[in-house]
Design a protein around this ligand. Structure first.
Ligand SMILES: *Cc1c(COP(=O)(O)O)cnc(C)c1O
Length: 395
């Protein structure tokens, strides 16, 4: 750190990443090629999926999963409201309707009961989000999907890597028809921008690969290689969502360091949990899971109130306290964020008729949530400083 400000996030980049990227720049091949294939194979092996398709964002992975599953006009996709724009957007891109549902009060992941109540004749897909890096209730979601013949597309943008309890160690992102990971700059491994779709379905993997590159017949990326041909055919309306070899080289180097970075995040989370325990009357600390069950992409604390859920005035009061706490932390040189402004609060979704009263748990969570800095290069001194500043902010 060049000054004593603690940023909300800082990517962990070593000489290995720099050398890997420079090697690609020197190679004469910058776009989708051998490094992308290598990254896909290494990623698929790591998560234990048959296929991984590298894309230019996690959003693209969610979108192409839906297109690949045939989601279209008139269909509905059930999405937790407590998530990032990508989830609703992926459905809207397909002409489908995102159906927002409330979340579980502890995990802040999709509430299976609310999801079940939202199922209609038109529902095609359930899209759980593994919030902060802890898995959604996949056994309940899988049962629900089976009962209503729905596909599951997991938003695993926060969950790399996350072991799921009660599954014999399967990783989050490998339960559904497809899983989508993000390598955005703040995620647990990064390619600057990037994403990965994983699936065990051979047909879906082929289709998504094709869709990611203009709907062009399969090995089109080879057409400029020595053994490639100039000929290609456009088979369907595709998109331009492929990953570059520059990004993949960065991703491969990050993937080799994933255990080390995950351990660092877990260490920081444990230190936070200790340091903030004395504040637990004022502050709800995040759910934890057993070792390996939390990727600790985010460390989200929530200001508490005794008022019942659905009390809009209490939520408003909490939002004011939260804003003051964030300002206090900022003045102390500490960067924070808020995850999430629920989808139903954004003008786009308000315009579709969604109202805060429909989502009492998400409303309460949003009102009090503060995401504290957590990144592999944070020191014990940093965590200590954040803890003390937060205590002072709440005093
Ligand atoms: C980051 C994120 C995404 C999308 O990631 P991009 O790679 O930026 O497109 C999707 N869902 C959630 C919950 C995220 O946090």
């Amino acid at each position: 750190m060049t000054d004593d400000r603690i940023p909300f996030h800082r990517p962990s980049i070593t000489e290995a990443e720099k050398e890997a990227v420079l090697a690609v720049l020197d190679s004469g091949w910058l776009t989708t090629g051998a490094r992308v294939r290598e990254f896909e194979q290494a990623f698929a092996a790591f998560v234990g999926a048959r296929h991984a398709v590298a894309l230019n964002s996690g959003t693209a992975a969610l979108h192409l999963a839906l297109v690949g599953l045939g989601v279209g006009e008139g269909d509905e996709v059930i999405v937790p409201t407590y998530t990032f724009a990508s989830c609703g957007e992926a459905a809207l891109y397909c002409g489908a309707r995102p159906v927002l549902v409330d979340v579980d009060a502890d995990l802040l992941t999709i509430d299976p009961g609310c999801a079940e109540a939202a199922v209609t004749e038109r529902t095609r897909v359930l899209m759980p989000v593994h919030f902060a890096g802890l898995s959604a209730d996949m056994p309940a979601i899988t049962r629900l999907a089976t009962r209503h013949e729905l596909a599951v597309v997991e938003d695993a943008a926060h969950a790399f890597p996350t072991r799921v309890a009660v599954s014999g160690g399967k990783l989050a992102g490998t339960f559904g028809a497809a899983g989508a990971y993000s390598f955005y700059a703040t995620k647990t491994i990064t390619t600057g921008e990037g994403g990965m779709l994983v699936t065990d379905d051979d047909h879906l993997a082929d289709l998504v690969r094709q869709l990611s590159l203009h709907g062009i017949s399969r090995d089109a990326w080879k057409r400029y290689a020595a053994d490639g041909s100039w000929y290609y055919e456009v088979l369907r309306t595709g998109f331009k969502d492929n990953m570059t070899d520059v990004a993949a080289a960065l991703g491969l180097a990050q993937l080799r360091r994933v255990d080390e970075m995950r351990d660092a995040r877990a260490r920081i989370a444990a230190q936070y949990l200790d340091a903030l325990e004395p504040l637990s009357a004022r502050l709800q600390l995040p759910a934890t899971g057993k070792p390996g069950e939390h990727a600790w992409h985010l460390f989200v604390v929530r200001l508490r109130t005794d008022k019942p859920l659905g009390d809009a005035a209490a939520d408003e009061h909490l939002r004011a306290l939260r804003a003051a706490a964030i300002e206090h932390l900022s003045a102390a040189g500490i960067g924070t964020s808020v995850h999430f402004i629920p989808l139903h609060r954004h003008p786009l979704y308000r315009g579709m008729g969604w109202r805060p009263e429909q989502f009492p748990v998400a409303e309460r969570a949003y009102a009090g949530a503060i995401s504290l800095p957590i990144f592999p290069d944070m020191t014990e001194g940093h965590v200590d400083r954040v803890g003390r500043a937060l205590a002072a902010a709440l005093a």
